[in-house]
Ligand binder design. Structure first.
Ligand code: C2E
Ligand code: MG
Ligand code: MG
Ligand code: MG
Length: 272
């Protein structure tokens, strides 16, 4: 095959850029439509208490059923929704759906819902959560809102205020992906919260690396001393499970125990 000349290569590159751009434009357009038409569904991943193996709760995770592209992962479209600002509307849709579905379950387990930083800092977030709770009748104590460390980067005082107001409604706050930000300790000190969710990146090597194990143990100990719930994400193997077990009474969430599935597939939520 003949080598493309420099000029041809530039053209190819421009074509490629144009195609990428068109693709992105299309996705943005589709995403706006999807929010209008509600092409989303929620799957739930079970959280397990590590010593008793009892169900602690479930985390709601959104999936986009795109009419032609199939199912699209939240990692791919949540950032776009954030850039477009539609995350506020989408987030409300997710929250309402999650709370409504949770009221139909026979077992009143906790339900965790992810909040985008943009959603958390949107003007009416506290009213929205209050309205959804009232409308669905969900016991506020069952709702956990997951935020990430990045929310404190901009307006720490504002965020603290919002979280205080949310907790006053009776809901709990989890810090998701804990340890991946640049201010984890400051977050623990400054932010009102109830649960630490240690990011899966820390769990990967715990069964084979004493250093990795020590770090996870440190976070679990800190959480316990602060009287918080600690959830360790990303438990995929029995070896990881066993090393977490040795560290004490905490909660795990990972593929070893459960993949995210439709609520209808979770036996413990159904009347038999
Ligand atoms: P996250 O909130 O940290 O959710 C946990 C993610 O880790 C989920 O991916 C879950 O499927 C995955 N996971 C759970 N256990 C394991 C494991 O053992 N191994 C591995 N490798 N992965 C595991 P998912 O559903 O693709 O969601 C990705 C991210 O997208 C979420 O991370 C969250 O940041 C965001 N997201 C998902 N649903 C929503 C939503 O409703 N609203 C917002 N704002 N963000 C959401
Ligand atoms: Mg989460
Ligand atoms: Mg996480
Ligand atoms: Mg996350």
């Amino acid at each position: 095959r003949a080598k493309a000349s420099a000029q041809e290569r530039i053209c190819l590159f421009e074509d490629y850029m144009q195609a990428e751009f068109d693709d992105r434009q299309e996705l943005e357009h589709d995403l706006r439509l999807a929010v209008e038409r509600d092409q989303f569904e929620l799957v739930y991943q079970t959280q397990i208490e590590v010593t008793t193996l009892a169900v602690h709760g479930v985390e709601a995770l959104v999936r986009w059923n795109h009419p032609t592209r199939g199912q699209i992962s939240p990692a791919a479209f949540i950032p776009i929704a954030e850039e477009l600002g539609v995350i506020v509307e989408l987030g409300e849709l997710i929250l309402r759906r999650a709370c409504r579905e949770a009221t139909t379950w026979v077992k009143p387990v906790k339900i965790a819902v992810n909040l985008s930083p943009i959603q958390l800092q949107a003007p009416r977030i506290v009213e929205t959560v209050m309205d959804v709770l009232k409308e669905t009748g969900l016991d506020p104590a069952r709702l956990e809102l997951e935020i990430t460390e990045t929310v404190v980067l901009n307006d720490r005082n504002g965020v603290v205020h919002i979280l205080d107001d949310l907790r006053a409604l009776g809901v709990t706050i989890a810090i998701d992906d804990f340890g991946t930000g640049y201010s984890s300790l400051a977050v623990l000190r400054d932010i009102p919260f109830d649960t630490i969710k240690l990011d899966k990146a820390f769990v990967r090597d715990i069964a084979v690396s004493p250093e990795a194990e020590a770090l996870v143990k440190l976070v679990i100990d800190v959480g316990m001393h602060l009287g918080k719930t600690v959830i360790v994400e990303g438990i995929e193997t029995e070896a990881q499970h066993q090393s977490i077990r040795r560290m004490g009474g905490i909660v795990t969430q990972g593929f070893l125990f459960a993949r995210p599935v439709a609520a209808s597939q979770l036996g413990f939520l159904r009347a038999s």
